[in-house]
Design a protein around this ligand. Structure first.
Ligand code: ADP
Ligand code: MG
Length: 602
């Protein structure tokens, strides 16, 4: 049998090539993964404070955190032995055995952060347990403990990290500008503050107090304290009854609210901020037509699932997670996003609704006396469109079959059309103030939902062309059309093969009044080709979106009755506030905003 030798005895043996690294070097190697930049220091220290049960955490940075990061908490603190142990690699109070790894309930568990940070900085830890007479102060430079003594700070823990990477010039060179590092830290603080609303946070940057967040009763309050009311008003509480035993909650941006970067797309899994490609893809799928291409949604999304079904031990920074059943997670997220967005249309409809009692009789203008066409100069009139069931003062065109299929609005919608700006934007007044509607975007949304609904029911009405027409396409386009013929036909586009690379078109969807069917087809095909890298599941919708976009381009200035009908149809849509490409259809400018702009209110 082989005797197991003490490996340390080999370290000085010049004959051997393999050596155990001294602890300090090993920590510096580990630091390469855990401590990428000052923001990682901030993250690890705050997570430790949270795990220590802190109610209040203060963060101070200087020069982007490169010259100083200090985190003070009022958590449980450590006694002297633990404080010394906490600086050893793989020393942790959070797990004890491999079995604990299967269900981690704390933010930390690897026992790497403090020794790693201490090995690449000038580090000072002071800590005191609540009941202890004295605390402990430990000073470490580049991983070497220099001083251990009594310290007199308040109960809790304070960690000071100075001159990050002072002993690793190569790493220091990789740091970005102070501003960039500051932004990274601020992003990290946002994640922690949103993830833990009940904890108070204060942030001081270069001797300036940036924010001071009181403990918040809810996520809602925390978002208001951090980002203000304006953002909050455009968020919807997530409607996520636990599909697949996954609880989905939080607040997400309503359709039409988006950002150019992912910085406000926050996702937490069991309380931990994560970056998960699975969830990111699910968000995109859930938002679908409610999101502009290349834009990112605003989400404060919280997933809670059995800790045993998530592996957080994937990456040293614990930023990535692995789901045991990614499909279940995807379904739960997509489902709750969709339901939330569709539920959100109620908010919009609310803005067009007034209590019936407040509508004065004389305000109702008979349809017959209304001007047929509306120019920007037309006099404002009070119009109270009613339900299409004939009970109201005037009956609206009842030809829309979907009005019958769908449940009518529960109360009368109230809005007043003021005019049309630049032949495109409809100006309206509602209970909240001014509403601008992009006529094209609105029309696209209505057509799209109608087309989609009819396709589901296999019932798109098509209209025969007087004279069927044929057109040729280059072979690659022809191939594409060939492949998608069934979908086009389902949409009421009567196109079929008519020899190699030649097609015949003899009907178009009834709603589509294209004067030139061939150039219409050409535009649709061009558009779809440029977008055809999307997944096949979306193909049908993609085509529907494109068809609707080009159907609307041919639109003339609308007449008064058409405008009124357009607005009503829009308010009946599942996602009324954005077109199928995610651009907004309506913009509300509230009276309060106007008052502010005119200096009537501060
Ligand atoms: P981990 O968090 O993975 O356990 P760390 O290196 O971050 O590893 O911390 C080591 C240990 O030090 C923790 O397990 C904890 O017991 C203790 N510790 C660290 N920071 C604090 C703090 N702010 N308050 C109380 N204890 C702390
Ligand atoms: Mg930790």
């Amino acid at each position: 049998m082989l005797a197991i030798r003490n490996p340390k005895s080999k370290i000085n043996n010049e004959m051997s090539r393999i050596r155990l690294l001294p602890d300090i070097v090993a920590s510096q190697v580990a630091a390469g993964e855990v401590v990428e930049r000052p923001a990682s220091v901030v993250k690890e220290l705050i997570e430790n404070s949270i795990d220590a049960g802190a109610r209040k955490i203060e963060i101070l940075i200087r020069r982007g955190g490169i010259s100083l990061v200090r985190v003070i908490d009022d958590g449980c603190g450590m006694d002297r032995d633990d404080a010394l142990l906490s600086l050893e690699r793989h020393a942790t109070s959070k797990i004890r055995s491999a079995a604990d790894l299967a269900a981690i309930a704390t933010l930390g568990f690897r026992g790497e952060a403090l020794p790693s940070i201490a090995s690449v900085s000038r580090f000072r830890l002071t800590t005191r347990e609540l009941s202890a007479v004295a605390g402990t102060e430990i000073i470490v430079n580049g991983g070497k403990i220099d001083i251990v003594r009594d310290g007199g700070e308040a109960p809790g823990t304070q960690v000071e990290v100075r001159s990050l990477f002072y002993n690793l010039p190569a790493r220091r060179k990789f740091l970005r500008s102070e501003n960039t590092e500051t932004r990274n830290i601020e992003h990290q603080l946002q994640l922690q503050a949103i993830g833990h609303p009940q904890i108070a946070f204060a942030f001081v940057r270069d001797a300036r107090l940036v924010f001071q967040l009181p403990p918040a009763a809810s996520l809602h309050d925390r978002i208001r304290d951090l980002h203000g009311n304006e953002l909050l008003e455009r968020l919807l509480p997530v409607n996520g009854a636990g599909l697949n035993k996954i609880d989905v909650s939080g607040l997400i941006g309503q359709a039409g609210l988006s950002r150019q970067t992912r910085t406000q797309q926050l996702v937490f899994v069991n309380g931990r901020a994560v970056e998960s490609p699975v969830v990111t893809a699910a968000l995109r799928e859930g938002y679908h037509t409610a999101l502009m291409k290349g834009q990112f949604p605003v989400t404060f999304l919280f997933l809670h699932l059995d800790p045993a079904s998530v592996d957080v031990n994937v990456h040293p920074t614990k930023r990535e997670v692995r789901f045991r059943d990614p499909t279940a997670v995807r379904e739960a997220v997509v489902n709750s996003i969709r339901r939330t967005l569709e539920g959100g249309r109620g908010d919009w409809q609310e803005k067009f609704r007034a209590p019936a009692a407040t509508i004065p009789e004389e305000a109702i203008v008979d349809v017959a006396s209304r001007p047929e066409s509306l120019s920007p100069a037309a006099t404002p009139q009070r119009v109270i469109p009613s339900r299409a069931d004939g009970e109201g003062p005037h009956k609206l065109s009842g030809e829309s079959s979907r009005q019958e299929m769908r449940k009518p609005p529960s109360t009368t919608q109230q809005f007043q059309i003021i005019g049309v700006l630049n032949k495109l934007y409809i100006l309206m007044e509602n209970a909240d103030g001014l509403v601008l509607v992009d006529q094209h975007a609105a029309h696209e949304r209505i057509l799209f939902e109608e087309l989609r609904r009819r396709m589901e029911e296999q019932g798109v009405l098509s209209q025969k062309l007087l004279i069927p027409q044929t057109f040729d396409l280059p072979p690659r386009d022809a191939e594409w059309v060939e492949r998608n013929l069934p979908i086009l036909q389902k949409m009421g586009i009567g196109v079929e093969g008519f020899g190699p690379n030649t097609f015949k078109i003899d009907s178009l969807p009834a709603f589509l009044q294209a004067s030139d069917p061939i150039s219409f087809m050409q535009r649709v095909i061009d558009d779809l080709k440029s977008a055809s890298n999307s997944s096949s599941a979306l193909r049908e919708e993609m085509i529907a979106m494109t068809v609707c976009r080009h159907a609307v381009k041919a639109n003339d200035p609308l007449r008064y009755l058409e405008i009124e009908k357009l607005i009503q149809d829009l308010l009946e849509c599942d996602l009324p506030y954005c077109c199928p490409h995610g651009r907004p259809t309506m913009i509300q400018i509230s009276l309060a905003e106007l008052e502010k702009k005119f200096g009537r209110k501060v």
